[in-house]
Design a protein. Sequence first.
Length: 327
Amino acid sequence: MIEQEGVDALAESLASVGYIIQQRALIDLAHALRSRKPLLVEGPRGGGKTALAESLALACNLTSFYLQGMDDLTIADVLYSWDREAQTQMVKQELAAGAPLWEAQTKQFTREYLILGEALAAFNYADMYFDPPVFILDEADKLTEKIEDMLLQLLGRGCAHVPRFGNVGVRDRSRWPIVILLSNDIRHDLSSPLRSRCLYTWLDAPTPREEVRILHARVPLASHDLVGGVTRLINCIRRDMPAVRDKPGLRESIDLLEALARDGVRDLTAEVIDQYLCFLGKRHKELLNLRQGLARLETAARRADGEIDEWLEWAFANEACVLEEAA
C-alpha cells in the first residue's frame, strides 16, 4: 500500500478505524513497515500508543500477537518452553513399546512438544503464512534486563535458537512480522542494544487540533458542542489545575466523551461534570481537587477558546479529510 499509494494511504487506512496519526509518527511508521524493522514508540501515558498498534492490525486485517511487559515474564512467556508432561508420557510409551532409551529421548525434542511464547510465536507465524502478523510488546519499559536480552537475537535476526531443536522464526527480513514496542519511558530506560534494533518515534501528547479530530473520529455520534466542551474541559485540567498531577490523557478524553454521548448529555454543567469525575481523577486526592474546581471546569467547558473552536469547526466541516495539512 505504501509503495503504490504513499504514506497518505496508510493514514487513510488508520483513520478508517478511528485513529488519527500524528504526521511525524506516520513517517516513522512507514519507514518501519517498509524496512520491516521493529518500531519503538515512546510517549506519555494515555497518548494513543497502544491504539496505534492495535489500529494498524485492525485497519490492515492482520493477526495480532500481544505481550504485556511485566517484571515476572519468563522465557516461556516470551520465547519457548517444553511440554514436560507430554514428553515424559511419550518416553514411557516408547520404552514400553521396546524402543531404545536414546531413541525415545531424542523424540522428546520435536515440534510436537515445543510450546512457543508470544514473541517467538509471532515470528513463527510469519514464517508459515503470507500476511505478516503484528506483534505488540506493550509497556516495554517494565521488562527486566534478562527479558530484554532474550529478545535481542529475535529482533536482530528474526529467529531464536532453541537448544536441542534448532532455529525458530524467519530469517528473511521482508517476511518478518510487524513489531511495535510501546513504552511510557517511566520504569527504566531500555538498553542500548534493544534500542539499536528498532526504529524510534516519540508520540507527543495531542495538540488541541489533533485531540478535536481524534475525539470526533473515535466518537462520531458526539455532537459538535459536546466534543468542544470535553476538549476545553480536559485542556483546562492539563493547563490550569496543577494540583491534579496525573493529568488526563487522550484515553480519558475518549472514555469521557463516549460516556457523555451514550447518556445523551448536552450541557456540561458543574452538576453533570461531578457525575463523571471517575473518568478524570485516578486518585482520591485528585478527585477532591477536581470536585473543588467544578465551577472552573464548567466555565472552561462553556467558554470560547479561539484555538480549540477553530479546529472544532474545521474538523466537522472536513470530516473526509484524514491528513494533517502542511504547516
